[in-house]
Design a binder for this molecule. Structure first.
Ligand code: NI
Length: 207
């Protein structure tokens, strides 16, 4: 098994639309195993293949604290959604350290195939309902920040692009054998006590 690289927003590859899986063989089994390992390692509750730059309709989810109930959805389709809605503070492994409320149907029925091609149907509620809808958005090339206002989305984009540049500088300095202390502005902001609200259990919302 291997850890896969998770694409970070605003990487344009996150907006590719995934195609249905037609072959249920060794290659798919390896992809599913690697996606599960990557999700548990991150750690996160769900991962869509689109996030690891494989544009096929494959999702893995495990909402348990004990990480022992892996759900695999190949070619998932929502066959029913409740009129009742719920708002959940979503995060995403492709959008590090950003959490915001998204309203979605509280319950959905999903029809999908497992990694061997067998069909099943599952009624989802709570975090699982949030997660499967979030992951299926990924398969359509949609990241949860697209539910937020353009103002918020642009702020998030700018913040992540800046972090990306920082990471690149850090890597370059490391390669040159020097230490990276972060840029002055971000140090100032930390010390100025910029208020940041984080959920008590961020790993429960990284979808
Ligand atoms: Ni996500």
């Amino acid at each position: 098994m291997a850890l896969l690289n998770i694409l970070r927003y605003p990487d344009p590859r996150l907006h590719k639309v995934a195609v249905p899986v037609t072959e249920f063989g060794e290659r798919l089994a390896t992809l599913v195993a690697n996606m599960a390992e990557t999700m548990y390692d991150a750690p996160g509750v769900g991962l869509a293949a689109s996030q690891v730059d494989v544009h096929e309709r494959v999702v893995v989810i495990d909402t348990t604290e004990t990480h022992d109930e892996l759900l695999v959805f190949v070619n998932p389709e929502i066959t029913w959604a409740s009129d009742e809605k719920q708002v959940y503070d979503e995060g995403c492994l492709s959008v590090p350290n950003v959490y915001d409320g998204v309203e979605r149907p509280a319950r959905v029925k999903v029809r999908a195939q497992d990694a061997k091609g067998a069909f099943f149907e599952l009624e989802c509620e709570g975090l699982l309902a949030v997660c499967i809808q979030h992951e299926m958005d990924h398969l359509m090339g949609k990241v949860f920040v697209e539910y937020l206002s353009p103002l918020k989305r642009n702020r998030i984009k700018a913040k992540l692009q800046k972090e990306e540049r920082g990471l690149e500088r850090e890597a370059a300095l490391k390669a040159a054998g020097r230490r990276y202390y972060g840029d002055d502005e971000s140090r100032f902001r930390r010390h100025a006590g910029v208020r940041r609200l984080r959920p008590a259990r961020p790993d429960r919302c990284r979808l």
